[in-house]
Design a protein. Structure first.
Length: 61
């Protein structure tokens, strides 16, 4: 299971959040021994996305 480095986890989370995750990557993610890296990166990704949206709204208003 070589897909445990941070960059691959980030790519997988980003693809999942955006809805473009391939079936092969989806199955590979669920074969990992721990979901913790995916959960941490997912929370950070969503918080970053919310922060960017707040920034854009504040710049427009």
């Amino acid at each position: 299971m070589p897909k445990t480095n941070l960059w691959n986890v980030f790519k997988s989370v980003a693809a999942s959040v955006l809805g473009v995750q391939s079936d092969a990557n989806y199955k590979s993610d669920f074969q990992q021994s721990s979901f913790v890296p995916f959960a941490i990166v997912g929370v950070v990704f969503v918080l970053g996305l919310i922060g960017i949206l707040i920034l854009i709204v504040n710049l427009v208003l």
